[in-house]
Design a protein around this ligand. Structure first.
Ligand code: SF4
Length: 363
């Protein structure tokens, strides 16, 4: 019997709007937009550079050698995504110009980050872009995994950016994020994505995750003179599970947050309760409109048709399609369930975005 697979982005979408989740989730209708909305996913291209820079197989290499290879990873991703878009639609002169600007911006941001990381990285990278499945312990009988009401096993499919081991042999989960403004410390402490990944990693690899590290790369604010790329300030703040350390300059901020077992167990319970609700056959699929969610939702047209009492089938048929790619792009740097896939890419659409896997989310 086939397993029921749930991804963190699907849980997040379920929480935001059940109707959008029903259109998008792979175990539900599994629709994505037929036409790509943008030429490139800049965040994805930056992540591809980070995957190269922190690739465990090259961790012992001189950083002066790895650095240009990592930037090349970014450039390659930008070119590949642009080529995929151009197969479907010709780029306008404005899009061509924007692509060139993004190429320059990303290269600059990476060079600044790498200058800083040369002094800040005091650890060993052991995993990048890892995709893995875990069974979710049943909150009522933790020795058993959660099942769907029709008796199928549930896999929770997680992707993470990087895992490092520090000088004391402690493991830490690292996330790379592009931001316009630094996140509030409280938000980083409560950050659902990194907590979920850390909880799942402990389950999958039977290790202890000491905490989460969030690397924020700030998009340069217009018209502001910024300090040198290799500058470094440090501060320590009291957090719920120990001392939080922040290392930062005008371009990059790294926040290292110790995580206690209670914190991770609490996240695991939340995942289990939510997944149980998501697999309930009697679930109500009501929409949950709000300006912030609907403004960026990919499913506005079929949603509006349904809200007006109509049938969204024609819209879905003409402007959407069922997903054609798997969760992990074959041949890509990283690891999947412990091995490196080698078969060539067959799909003609770019791989799912980071942040656990899919750009087709509301909000
Ligand atoms: S448009 Fe708004 S209400 Fe409709 S599916 Fe999207 S998020 Fe939900």
């Amino acid at each position: 019997m086939k397993y029921h697979v749930i991804r963190p982005w699907e849980s997040r979408l379920f929480r935001q709007c059940r109707r959008a989740w029903d259109f998008s989730a792979r175990e539900r209708q599994d629709y994505e937009l037929a036409e790509p909305l943008r030429v490139v996913d800049f965040d994805e291209a930056i992540h591809e550079a980070m995957d190269v820079y922190y690739f465990p197989g090259m961790w012992d290499w001189n950083r002066a050698i790895v650095r240009p290879v990592a930037v090349q990873g970014f450039v390659k991703s930008m070119r590949k995504q642009r080529a995929a878009y151009a197969e479907r639609r010709e780029l306008t002169p404005e899009q061509e110009q924007q692509w060139e600007q993004q190429l320059e911006l990303g290269t600059e941001m990476l060079q600044r980050y790498f200058s800083w990381a040369l002094h800040a990285d005091r650890f060993t990278s052991v995993q990048v872009a890892t995709l893995f499945d875990v069974t979710i312990p049943n909150p009522d009988r933790p020795q058993d995994g959660l099942l769907t009401p029709d008796g199928r096993g549930i896999w929770f499919r997680v992707r993470l950016d990087t895992v490092i081991v520090d000088e004391h042999e402690n493991s830490w989960l690292v996330e790379h994020r592009l931001v316009d403004e630094w996140g509030e410390l409280d938000e980083l402490v409560l950050d659902e994505q990194s907590l979920t990944r850390a909880w799942a990693w402990e389950l999958a690899f039977l290790g202890k995750m000491s905490g989460t590290i969030i690397n924020e790369l700030r998009m340069p604010p217009a018209g502001v003179e910024l300090g040198p790329a290799d500058a470094m300030d440090v501060r320590a703040l009291q957090g719920p599970s120990g001392l939080i350390k922040q290392e930062y300059n005008d371009h990059v901020r790294r926040t290292q947050i110790p995580r206690g077992s209670a914190e991770l167990a609490d996240r695991g319970l939340a995942v289990a309760y939510e997944v149980r609700e998501m697999t309930d056959p009697g679930l109500s699929l009501y929409p949950n409109p709000s300006p912030d969610k609907c403004g960026s939702c990919h499913y506005r047209r079929p949603c509006q048709a349904m809200s007006a009492g109509g049938d969204p089938a024609v819209i879905l048929e003409s402007a959407y399609r069922k997903r054609t790619v798997e969760d992990f792009e074959p041949g890509k740097l990283g690891s999947i369930w412990g091995y490196m896939p080698e078969t060539p890419r067959t799909a003609d659409y770019r791989s799912p975005a980071r942040g656990d896997g899919d750009e087709a989310a509301a909000g």
